[in-house]
Design a protein around this ligand. Structure first.
Ligand SMILES: Cc1cc2nc3c(=O)[nH]c(=O)nc-3n(C[C@H](O)[C@H](O)[C@H](O)COP(=O)(O)OP(=O)(O)OC[C@H]3O[C@@H](n4cnc5c(N)ncnc54)[C@H](O)[C@@H]3O)c2cc1C
Length: 470
């Protein structure tokens, strides 16, 4: 284990939120250590092609490139001046309070792709900007090779400059599907179908909120135009009911939904493809915050609770971006900026001045409303769990089927996710329920709740053994 010395602020996550916070705080004289699991800064939205690929036009796969260039330039300047230390390829597995008996924090990170060594950064304040990850609901065939998440397809394109296959179906629900379908088509894949379970009519009652965000509407229109240009067949109020294939996916079956979210009889249609990019929304990364004891709102999909300054209820811990609720890159930038102002002031013992972040606060209010409206409209089909056949594997790490989960509830009396886990092992594998929790909960008919895992990443025993006792 190595110790990296003391930073005033440790930022976990170098996506839009973490970058905005780190740069704003550094502009105000705070010494920042920015830790991120990625090889390069940018997070999901500004994901960069691997350096070894020497991409000549990385901007071709991006939008808002101008904003990224400014962020990248500011980061380089702060790094050169020694105000920001950027620790790439660091996977933070735990943030400890009162570290080493002092009043600060210990941020423990695994190093590099092997993740066998650990490094600890100590800091007076911590900002959690860990973003979100995709929710995928199970259906027969979802574990076949060639079935990937929509964001996974996007990551292959943006980070690896590769297409996941030649003929893709993009399916599920949520705003991420559109850029993915448009991106795959623009990069040369045949997108055989873009299948969205929501219907445009579901947005009508939110029209005032949506109209208050013309930039977002224009963004959607640009994607729609690109889909049209590439002749991508768009199907709404439909869902994937199965993926088929032996060694890998060869086709998918889609079906129409009624207005209650049930599959309509005699509407099944088979589409030949070699890739299914599927996603049903996003979930916030809350592990580090939960371990620190920060309040989590788990009434729906869990997120870290923050106040107007982006402070959590744990003294010295701020959170920004999608860790505090799913809302896109622009909202993440605004929240990061607000957090940066607040941290810089409070570390100096001063009262922050909300006048410093009026524009960011307005953006935050507007976009939180916008994404709350989207979230209601883009819900997965209400009866998706009913269509999951008994032999469908729900937890892929432990190979637990839907039948086993149903037996735990109907025969053995489980009423919550934890009991289902104890009775079936669903969620006990490598991913610790990060992939399967929503699927298991849906099939079991119980709430997801919050994960409460001891560490944010699987940690080698050797690393734990080398940790000094406090
Ligand atoms: C797979 C995926 C694809 C997406 N594609 C698009 C798209 O095409 N278009 C679009 O408009 N929006 C897209 N989004 C949404 C968009 O990326 C987000 O709205 C935006 O990036 C949120 O910014 P953020 O800073 O909150 O989080 P992120 O950009 O997700 O950044 C979080 C960062 O934290 C790091 N991190 C997380 N946990 C740890 C840890 N324990 N230790 C160290 N580092 C950690 C991650 O590596 C990441 O770099 C995508 C999201 C995902 C998950």
């Amino acid at each position: 284990m190595t110790n990296s010395g003391r930073a005033s602020l440790a930022v976990v996550g170098a996506g839009p939120a973490g970058l905005a916070a780190a740069l704003t705080a550094a502009d105000r004289g705070v010494r920042v250590v920015l830790l991120d699991a990625g090889e390069q800064a940018g997070g999901q939205f500004y994901r960069q092609p691997a350096a070894a690929l020497n991409a000549r036009r990385p901007q071709a796969l991006h939008h808002a490139w101008g904003t990224w260039k400014k962020l990248r330039g500011r980061l380089a300047a702060h790094v050169a001046a020694g105000r920001v230390t950027h620790l790439a390829d660091r996977h933070v597995w735990l943030v400890e309070r009162e570290f080493g008996g002092g009043g600060g924090f210990g941020v423990h990170a695994l190093i590099g792709p092997g993740q066998t060594g650990s490094q600890t950064v100590t800091a007076d304040a911590v900002l959690l900007a860990t973003g979100g990850y995709e929710k995928v609901l199970p259906f027969p065939g979802w574990t076949l090779p060639g079935v990937i998440t929509a964001g996974g397809a996007q990551a292959m394109l943006k980070g690896g400059l590769v297409l996941p296959g030649r003929t893709a179906v993009v399916a599920g629900t949520g705003p991420l599907l559109m850029p993915v379908a448009a991106g795959l088509a623009a990069a040369g894949a045949e997108v055989a179908a873009y299948v969205e379970s929501t219907h445009p009519a579901d947005f009508v009652r939110h029209s005032a909120t949506l109209a208050a965000n013309p930039a977002k509407i224009a963004e959607a229109a640009r994607y729609a135009a690109r889909l049209l240009r590439h002749k991508v067949p768009v199907t709404v109020r439909h869902t994937v009911v199965a993926a088929h294939g032996t060694d890998r996916v060869e086709a998918v079956t889609v079906a129409a939904l009624d207005t209650h979210g049930r599959v309509r009889p005699a509407t099944r249609r088979r589409i030949v493809c070699d890739t299914l990019a599927v996603g049903h929304g996003m979930l916030a990364h809350t592990d580090l915050a939960e371990n620190l004891g920060c309040a989590i709102d788990a009434t729906g999909d869990p997120f870290v609770v923050t106040d107007a300054e982006q402070r959590t209820d744990v003294h010295g811990v701020w959170a920004a971006g999608e860790a505090t609720g799913i809302g896109g890159a622009v909202l993440a930038l605004a929240e990061g900026e607000i957090a940066g102002h607040s941290i810089a002031a409070r570390l100096k013992g001063a009262e922050p001045r909300p006048a410093d972040w009026v524009t960011a606060a307005r953006t935050r209010t507007r976009l939180r409303r916008f994404f709350a409206a989207l979230d209601t409209a883009y819900a997965p089909p209400a009866h998706w769990a009913e269509q999951v056949a008994d032999d469908t594997v729900i937890c892929r790490c432990e190979e637990v089927t839907a039948a086993e989960v149903r037996e735990a509830v109907e025969e053995l009396g489980a009423t919550d996710l934890r009991t289902v886990k104890l009775l079936t092992r669903a969620g006990m594998g490598w991913c610790q329920g990060r992939v399967c929790a929503t699927g298991v909960a849906g099939v079991a008919g119980c709430p997801v709740g919050s994960g409460k895992r001891p560490f944010a990443r699987p940690v080698p025993l050797g690393v734990l053994a080398a940790e000094p006792e406090c």
